[in-house]
Design a protein. Structure first.
Length: 218
């Protein structure tokens, strides 16, 4: 196991310890969540889960975790997910795995959103590229409307879980709140990878064999 994988594992195990019997749990997507799922399954809790991607759903079921449609749960007590970047003020960039629309819906619908990461994900300021999920209808027009912001490159990858096209925007992210508003006002942009610090309850980061809370929203 690499040093980065070891840091992901200790952060994931710390987050799994926050889950209690009877909870409804949102499960994110990506390499850090891959360490969370076995740690959570090993606890043998009676929990009901929603997965943010088919990959997470399949891996969870293989481990014996109960996955249900989001519509059947009503609310989530806790959601746990990884991240691509964490700024000191708690803003995130997510979307490396191409499921950021579902991840954002889950993050906004939970009482406690816990982010887990290795130490290399900590940054002084958010930097491009910024993942986008685009609607296929009228995508050429959407790409043209995004040109003033910067270069958009469509990924050569499978579509998102909701059949969106995944792209990356290279632009200035000096004011993430302003950029988020502009992207949300652009027709054809289904989601962007900027996650407001207001969504985040805490960020747990693996540093060597230890776990530090680098951001906590009181």
């Amino acid at each position: 196991m690499t040093d980065e994988d070891a840091e992901k594992k200790v952060a994931a195990e710390a987050a799994a310890a926050l889950v209690s019997d009877g909870m409804t749990v949102g499960l994110g997507t990506g390499s850090t969540v891959a360490h969370l799922l076995p740690a959570l399954a090993a606890r043998g809790l009676d929990i009901r889960c929603v997965a943010t991607s088919p990959a997470t759903e399949s891996a969870s079921r293989d481990l014996g975790l109960s996955i249900e449609p989001f519509e059947s749960l009503g609310h989530l007590d806790i959601a746990i997910d990884g991240t691509d970047q964490v700024a000191p003020d708690g803003w995130l960039i997510k979307g490396g795995g191409g499921a950021h629309l579902r991840e954002k819906i889950v993050a906004a619908s939970t009482r406690r959103f816990v982010v887990i990461a290795q130490s290399s994900k900590l940054v002084d300021a958010l930097r491009p590229p910024l993942p986008l999920e685009l609607r296929t209808f009228g995508m050429a027009a959407t790409l043209e409307s995004l040109e003033p912001l910067g270069e958009v490159v469509v990924r050569d990858c499978p579509p998102s879980p909701d059949a969106g096209v995944i792209a990356d925007l290279t632009c200035d992210i000096g004011d993430p709140a302003a950029l988020a508003r502009e992207l949300e006002a652009t027709p054809g942009v289904a989601a962007h990878g900027l996650f407001d610090a207001a969504l985040v309850s805490e960020v747990l980061v693996g540093r060597g064999a230890e776990v530090a809370t680098v951001f906590s929203r009181s």
